[in-house]
Write a protein that binds this ligand. Structure first.
Ligand code: NDP
Length: 368
């Protein structure tokens, strides 16, 4: 990784603050003013359902269009984002701390029935996990909103590495193109299926505290873009067979990952949904046995892991660091699969055991 990394100075921090706060504000205004379809969320633990206006796809496409046209017409480059990478990282962390503090105070005010001093453990837990399930500002659900600066920010940081490579070497390598197209498709399909987010555990059950705020604003954009650093100087030729193999791994992974999530979502909306051209087979109308869910119990996780390995493979084998991302995701999702299955066992009891005997493998058919 031979790229110049900025030193953190008061001036760089001031610029980074302007960039970061400006970007989050634009995302927020876009969320308020762009049109979007209204969706009803899942039943929450308190028995209520929330209504959400979803316009992430429009926001993502508008951002893409703005970047492309600004480049073609005004020669604008995103490369400076890489110079401010560490300053932006510091600012994003500060922003996450400030947001956590504000939401904590707001949550305290809402909930306080007495003014008894609180135990330190409770304060730390409330800061970490959050006070409110659905904090809202100006009518915008902040937990859902946080995905926009997180993922669109990640998209912009990824793109910045291609601009940097072009400025340094006068070309964008096939590896860099793959990295860009892979991430763009990942984000576009995420937004195309944005409605699916409403049935995730984070949205239904997690409160909005430091854990989620930091994950959205810091972990995702700054850690998930890490492979970009290794691609900037990877200008050696890549064989056509390597390109085809990596692209195949990516496409298979993306198809399984998004396909499995889509099938589950269709089934949750209508237990008689059609899956792969056939009426869905189910266990008592509660658990899906068709499609990817009949082959493995957590193939959506496997598909996503393949996508991240394909992303890392674009950087070759010079360094292990790009592989930290897929390996980390592997650990996270294997642990999550185990935890989720425990939850399903508690919720569905005997029915879950029947499902496990019918669909024996979790993430890798015939292996695991
Ligand atoms: P899932 O989408 O797998 O949802 C799990 C839930 O689905 C279970 O708790 C159960 O909930 C239901 N379910 C399980 N099996 C069946 C079945 N056979 N039929 C019907 N319903 C079933 O997990 P997550 O919400 O954890 O993840 C969503 C996506 O997000 C995944 O694709 C994952 O890869 C991705 N993800 C990505 C991360 C990243 O950092 N890139 C991090 C975490 C997740 P119920 O009680 O409703 O029936």
């Amino acid at each position: 990784m031979n790229n110049p990394i900025d030193s953190i100075t008061p001036v760089s921090l001031a610029y980074a603050s302007l960039i970061f706060v400006g970007f989050v504000s634009v995302m927020f205004l876009g969320t308020i003013f762009l049109p979007g379809k209204q969706y009803t969320g899942c039943l929450q633990l308190d028995g209520t359902r929330k209504s959400y206006k979803l316009n992430g796809l429009l926001l993502f496409m508008a951002t893409t269009l703005t970047v492309v046209t600004s480049t073609l017409i005004f020669n604008i480059t995103l490369a400076p984002l890489t110079n401010y990478f560490w300053s932006l990282f510091v600012v994003a962390n500060l922003f996450a701390f400030v947001c956590t503090g504000i939401l904590y105070v707001k949550g305290q005010k809402k909930q306080s029935v007495n003014n008894q001093p609180q135990k330190l453990g409770k304060i730390i837990s409330d800061l970490w996990l959050g006070m409110e399930l659905n904090p809202t500002w100006l009518g915008v659900d902040l937990k859902m909103f946080a995905y926009q600066p997180s993922l669109i920010g990640l998209g912009l940081l990824n793109a910045a590495f291609a601009y940097l490579q072009y400025e340094k070497y006068g070309e964008i390598t096939p590896q860099m193109w793959m990295f860009q197209v892979f991430w763009w498709l990942y984000l576009a399909t995420h937004y195309y299926y944005e409605e699916f987010m409403l049935s995730t555990w984070d949205i239904i059950a997690e409160k909005f505290g430091f854990m989620l705020i930091w994950g959205d604003l810091v972990l995702v954009p700054f850690f998930y873009s890490i492979i970009g650093w290794y691609l900037v100087d990877a200008i050696e030729p890549i064989t056509v067979s390597a390109i085809i193999a990596i692209a195949l791994l990516y496409l298979i992974g993306l198809t399984i990952f998004r396909g499995a999530n889509a099938q589950k979502h269709q089934f949750k909306k209508n237990s008689q949904a059609t899956i792969w051209g056939q009426p869905a087979q189910t266990l008592e109308g509660k658990l899906l046995l068709s499609g990817w869910w009949g082959i493995g119990r957590k193939l959506n996780y496997t598909g996503e892991i393949c996508v991240y390995f394909a992303l890392a493979l674009t950087s070759g084998f010079e360094s292990i660091i790009p592989y930290i991302l897929p390996l980390w995701l592997c650990g996270l999702l294997c642990h999550r699969a185990w935890r989720d299955e425990q939850r399903c066992q508690t919720k569905y009891g005997n029915l879950w055991d029947v499902y496990c005997t019918k669909v024996r493998f979790r993430m890798l058919p015939f292996v695991y």
